[in-house]
Design a protein around this ligand. Structure first.
Ligand code: NAD
Length: 471
């Protein structure tokens, strides 16, 4: 049993003032695997004070000094790769292939921030003004459980590169990953107060970060509902915010798509991270003229998806993170059928060979309309909804008929045509034919998928304030 009983403030592991205990589970077995002692409002304030004290020094560091620290963080996090993988599989249950990608991303986020910083010019002249991009101050980072370690590192790397200091409120359900990352960052050696990590409840530590007058910016990844509460709290002291929220991404299969190649991409994009991904493409838009063929192929492809033990490399869908999340996904599978959709494959309950664990049967609901709740609401599990369309214009209209706008997908044999469709989609990212991730490109959403962008130069500038000096 793990006993995580310290938080990280002002360059040291300390016992929190908060005394509440929170159980940690293995979602594959439903067993309690440990407990974490949660920080409280006093701990949140101590972290903010430490970050505030460190800011005047850190904001004056040179690019070279920051890059040196970012590289050390990279090396230290990369050195704990195996521990990270073990922690993520045990505590979150993502399939091991996905976990390795997440663990690599946690480390490389520091190198990417260093690369962006290296190329960035903080000074420019506009007319008679000397314009300098200046760091905002203390940045509060709040992360979700579906890729906790990589979100901690990504948010922290960008803030530090900009010259800000950081307080972090990781997901309370991800305390083992947070412990591995905290130990790695501590071992790297950095100025006290540069980063501070307080695991605690969202409505306690997170809410304090979102309202405290000494926090200049909140960078949050999580649900749209909590994102709205952060935006309201932040307004009081006019904090800058970056909000990365939910999604209900469309995957438009154009009528010229090569289905042999497209269907495996559609399934992988829909079920990524066991469906617990904000960027998952969960609405499958299919031309009516090819509906029968698409459904036949989808059924075969999804029946072959292995859902089960996340440490088995052949498995691509692991358990849901919690009982609550499992119940939620089950209720949507039921709801979809009540709303009039057809169960093409999957359904309620666990996969046949699973007696325990929060495992879900990979599911496709066909014959849906975009008005159904299963087509409009984020399910956050391996459940895809198939919607038919007649014309390309109608496909685009359905794709955009959502309150979200994070990541969309287009599948076509004609890349120029796919680009034209992409240009009309209301989404922060559009992926054509399964193109790979680009870490330096802006990441974030249109509409209620969020505010602002992370990563690369867009992410860096979201931590800077332009100051014009007229001489
Ligand atoms: P969540 O919003 O419940 O929690 C996210 C974080 O916010 C946690 O650390 C939580 O403790 C904290 N929190 C909760 N209440 C708070 C409050 N009142 N004030 C401040 N902080 C608070 O989300 P979750 O269930 O952990 O994660 C799933 C959600 O995250 C999904 O909706 C998913 O789409 C979204 N997500 C978005 C992205 C993206 O980049 N757009 C990435 C991953 C996940």
């Amino acid at each position: 049993m793990r006993d995580i009983h310290q938080i990280y403030i002002d360059g040291a592991f300390v016992t929190p003032h908060g005394a509440e205990r929170f159980d940690l589970f293995n979602p594959s077995t439903e067993d309690v695997i440990g407990s974490v002692r949660l920080g409280d409002v006093e701990d949140a304030r101590a972290a903010i004070s430490a970050a505030k004290r460190a800011f005047p020094m850190w904001s004056q560091t040179t690019k070279a000094q920051r890059i040196a620290v970012l590289r050390r963080f990279h090396d230290a996090v990369a050195a704990r790769f195996d521990d990270q993988v073990a922690a993520i599989v045990e505590e979150y249950g993502a399939p091991v292939g996905r976990v390795e990608w997440m663990a690599r991303m946690a480390a490389t986020a520091f190198l990417e921030a260093a690369e962006t910083l290296e190329a960035y010019d903080f000074d420019q002249t506009i007319g008679r003004a000397e314009v300098r991009m200046t760091p905002l101050g203390v940045v509060a980072a709040i992360t979700p459980w579906n890729s906790n370690a990589s979100f901690i590192c990504g948010k922290m790397a960008t803030a530090i590169a900009a010259g800000c200091t950081v307080v972090i409120k990781p997901s309370e359900m991800s305390a083992i990953q947070t412990q591995v990352i905290s130990e790695a960052l501590h071992a790297a050696g950095a100025p006290a107060g540069l980063f501070n990590i307080v695991t605690g409840r969202g409505d306690v530590v997170g809410a304090e970060f979102a309202s405290h007058p000494d926090v200049a910016k909140v960078t949050f990844t999580g649900s749209t509902a909590v994102g709205k509460s952060i935006l309201r709290a932040a307004a009081e002291t006019m904090k800058r915010v970056t909000l990365e929220l939910g999604g209900k991404g469309p995957q438009i299969i154009l009528d010229d798509a090569d289905l042999e190649a497209a269907i495996p991409i559609v399934v992988a994009s829909g079920f990524m991270n066991s469906g617990q991904a904000c960027v998952a493409g969960t609405r499958i838009l299919v031309p009516e003229t090819r509906m029968d063929e698409v459904l036949a192929r989808l059924k075969t492809e999804v029946e072959a998806v292995r859902a089960g033990d996340p440490s088995d490399p052949a498995v691509s869908v692991g358990p849901m993170v919690s009982r609550k999340q499992w119940d939620r996904v089950q209720s949507y599978i039921r709801l979809g059928q009540d709303e009039g959709a057809t169960l093409l494959v999957g359904g309620e309950g666990r996969p046949d060979d699973r007696r325990r664990g929060w495992f879900v049967r990979p599911t496709v609901l066909s014959g849906a309309t975009n008005a159904m709740r299963t087509a409009r609401e984020e399910i956050f599990g391996p459940v895809l909804t198939v919607i038919g369309y007649r014309t390309e214009d109608e496909a685009i209209a359905i794709a955009n008929d959502t309150s979200y706008g994070l990541q969309s997908y287009v599948l076509s044999s004609d890349t120029d045509r796919a680009r034209r469709v992409a240009s009309r989609l209301e989404a922060g990212r559009v992926v054509i034919n399964g193109a790979p991730h680009e870490p330096l490109a802006p990441f974030g959403g249109f509409k209620q998928s969020g505010v602002g962008r992370e990563r690369g130069v867009f992410g860096l500038e979201a931590h800077l304030e332009p100051k014009a000096v007229l001489v």
